[in-house]
Design a protein around this ligand. Structure first.
Ligand SMILES: [Zn+2]
Length: 470
C-alpha cells in the first residue's frame, strides 16, 4: 500500500516537547499515522493542508470520563455528589440498555473529539450485562477516538436483580472482553479496568479486581478519597503491596498527607475534575497537594451528566482555582502577588504530557515530535475569540472553545475537518440520543424506585419536562 502522507503547513506549533517548545511557524509531516518530521519548512509528496494563522497542538487526553453518561447531559446540574451517587449510579444506571450505553459512549466520544480531546480514559461502570460492555466498546470504536476502555466490576444497584451471578462472574467477563476486543496493544483502543471504590467493597474483593487488572496488563482507574468521612483505602492498598504506577487515582480531595506520600512513593497517578469537584461539594481540587508530593496533575471531565465535555473548560476552571488557592493566604493578609503562580502552559501540560504519562502512553501521545502518533489538534478560524492572538498557550486555555477547533487528527486520520466531524450522520445520532434519553427517563420513572437524591420534582415530572426530541 502506498504511504499516506499529510503535511500541515505553516502553523504555530505548540509541541509540548521541552526540546522544541513552541515554533512560531512550522510544518508537520505525517506518514502512516505517525509524525515523521517537524521543521520550519518541509518539502514532501503529500496532501498539503494550509494551517497558517492557526495553532497546532497535541490532541488532549482526558484521564477519567464516564462517557456513558453523555445520554444524561446536565441532568445533575444542581446535585451534590451524594445525590448523584444515589440517583444516577443507583437509580438511572440499572435502567440503561446496551443501546443507551452505545449512544452515550459514541456521542460522548464524538463530543470529546469535537473539542480536541483525542484520548479518553473511559471509566465504564454501567456493566449491567456483557452486552453493555460490548456496546460501550463499540460506541468508542465507531467514534474513532483513542481510548483506554476501563471495564468496571460495579453492581449497578446493590440488591437488584443482575445478569451476573456474583463478583467472580464479573472478573471472568473481563477476560472475555479482553479476548474479544483487545487483541493488540497497538490499536486505538486498549484495555483498562475501573476499580470499584475501596470504601464500598470487602478488601479481598478489591484485591481480586486489582489482580485481575494486572493479569491483563490493564491500566487501572479508581475514585480515591472522593467522599469525605469515609476511609480512602490507600493505607490498606499500600500495606498489601497493591498500589502502583499503573493506577490513576481520581479526585483525592479527602486524602491526608500520609496518604499522599504513599501515592507518591508508589508512582501512582492523579486525575482532577475541576468542574465536578468545585460544584458538587467535593472539596478543593488537589493541584497543590499533588505538586507538593511530586505527582503531576492531570485533568478530567468526569460526568457529562453534569458538566462540560471539553478540556478547555477544565483547564480554565482548574488554572483559575489553582492561582486563587496559591494566593488566598497572601490576599487575606492584605497583600497582592507580584506574579501568577502557574502559567497557561502549565495547564496545557495537565492535559497533554502529564496525562499521556498517566495513561501509560507517554511514548506515543501528548507531544508533537517525530516518531509520536499523529494525534493533533488545529485551533483557529474565523471565530471572534481567535483574533487577534498574542499568546499561543493563553489563547488555548483562556479563549478557545470547541467551536474554534478546526481540525482533529487521530493516528494521522482526520476525525474533524474544517470544523465538522468526519463520517458521522450527526443529526441522526443526535435524534437517536434525544429519543434514547427520553425513553431512559420514562423507564426510570415507571420503575417506581424511591431513592434518596432523586430529583425533587420526581422522575415522572422530570421525564415530562425534558426538552422533547426534535
Ligand atoms: Zn468519576
Amino acid at each position: 500500500m502506498p504511504m499516506q502522507r499529510t503535511l500541515l503547513r505553516g502553523g504555530t506549533v505548540i509541541t509540548m516537547d521541552p526540546q522544541h517548545g513552541t515554533l512560531p511557524s512550522a510544518d508537520v509531516l505525517i506518514e502512516d499515522g505517525l509524525i515523521a518530521q517537524v521543521a520550519p519548512h518541509i518539502e514532501a509528496d503529500a496532501e498539503i493542508v494550509d494551517v497558517s494563522g492557526h495553532l497546532v497542538m497535541p490532541g488532549m487526553i482526558d484521564t477519567h470520563r464516564h462517557t456513558w453518561q453523555t445520554l444524561l447531559r446536565s441532568l445533575c446540574a444542581d446535585w451534590t455528589l451524594i445525590e448523584y451517587i444515589f440517583a444516577v449510579r443507583l437509580g438511572v444506571s440499572p435502567a440503561y440498555t446496551p443501546q443507551d450505553v452505545y449512544l452515550g459512549n459514541r456521542l460522548g466520544a464524538l463530543d470529546a473529539i469535537n473539542s480536541g480531546v483525542t484520548t479518553l480514559l473511559d471509566f465504564f461502570h454501567c456493566n449491567n450485562s456483557p452486552e453493555h460492555a460490548d456496546a460501550a466498546v463499540t460506541g468508542l470504536s465507531d467514534a474513532g477516538v483513542r481510548a483506554v476502555f476501563g471495564y468496571g466490576f460495579y453492581e449497578s444497584s446493590p440488591g437488584a436483580p443482575t445478569w451476573f451471578a456474583d463478583h467472580s462472574d464479573r472478573l471472568a467477563d473481563l477476560s472475555r472482553v479482553a479476548d474479544a476486543w483487545f487483541p493488540s496493544r497497538d490499536s486505538l483502543l486498549t484495555l483498562g479496568v475501573s476499580l470499584t471504590e475501596m470504601e464500598t467493597i470487602p478488601f479481598e474483593t478489591a484485591r481480586a479486581e486489582i489482580l485481575a487488572a494486572r493479569e491483563h496488563d490493564a491500566l487501572m482507574v479508581t475514585h480515591t478519597g472522593s467522599v469525605w468521612g469515609m476511609p480512602s483505602g490507600v493505607n490498606a492498598l499500600a500495606e498489601a503491596g497493591l498500589l502502583g504506577p499503573d493506577q490513576v487515582h481520581v479526585h483525592c480531595n479527602a486524602l491526608n498527607d500520609d496518604e499522599w506520600r504513599l501515592l507518591a512513593e508508589h508512582g501512582a497517578k492523579v486525575s482532577i475534575s475541576p468542574e465536578t469537584e468545585l460544584n458538587m461539594g467535593m472539596g478543593r481540587p488537589v493541584f497543590r497537594a499533588a505538586e507538593q508530593h511530586g505527582i503531576k496533575p492531570t485533568l478530567s471531565c468526569d460526568i457529562a451528566s453534569f458538566n462540560s465535555g471539553d478540556l478547555f473548560t477544565q483547564m480554565r476552571v482548574g488554572l483559575g482555582f489553582h492561582r486563587w488557592a496559591e494566593t488566598e493566604d497572601m490576599n487575606l493578609r492584605g497583600a497582592s502577588p507580584e506574579r501568577v503562580t502557574s502559567s497557561a502552559e502549565t495547564a496545557l501540560e495537565w492535559t497533554t504530557t502529564n496525562a499521556a504519562d498517566a495513561v501509560g502512553l507517554a511514548d506515543r501521545i501528548g507531544r508533537i515530535k517525530a516518531g509520536m502518533a499523529a494525534d493533533i489538534v488545529v485551533v483557529g478560524g474565523p471565530g471572534t475569540s481567535q483574533h487577534p492572538r498574542l499568546h499561543p498557550a493563553g489563547t488555548i486555555v483562556f479563549q478557545t472553545g470547541p467551536q474554534d477547533v478546526r481540525h482533529v487528527l487521530i493516528a494521522g486520520r482526520f476525525v474533524k475537518r474544517d470544523g465538522t466531524l468526519v463520517g458521522v450522520d450527526l443529526p441522526k445520532l443526535l435524534s437517536a440520543a434525544d429519543a434514547g434519553a427520553a425513553g431512559l427517563l420514562e423507564r426510570v420513572a415507571k420503575s417506581g424506585r424511591e431513592l434518596p437524591g432523586a430529583p425533587p420534582q420526581g422522575w415522572q415530572a422530570l421525564a415530562a419536562h425534558m426538552i422533547p426530541p426534535a
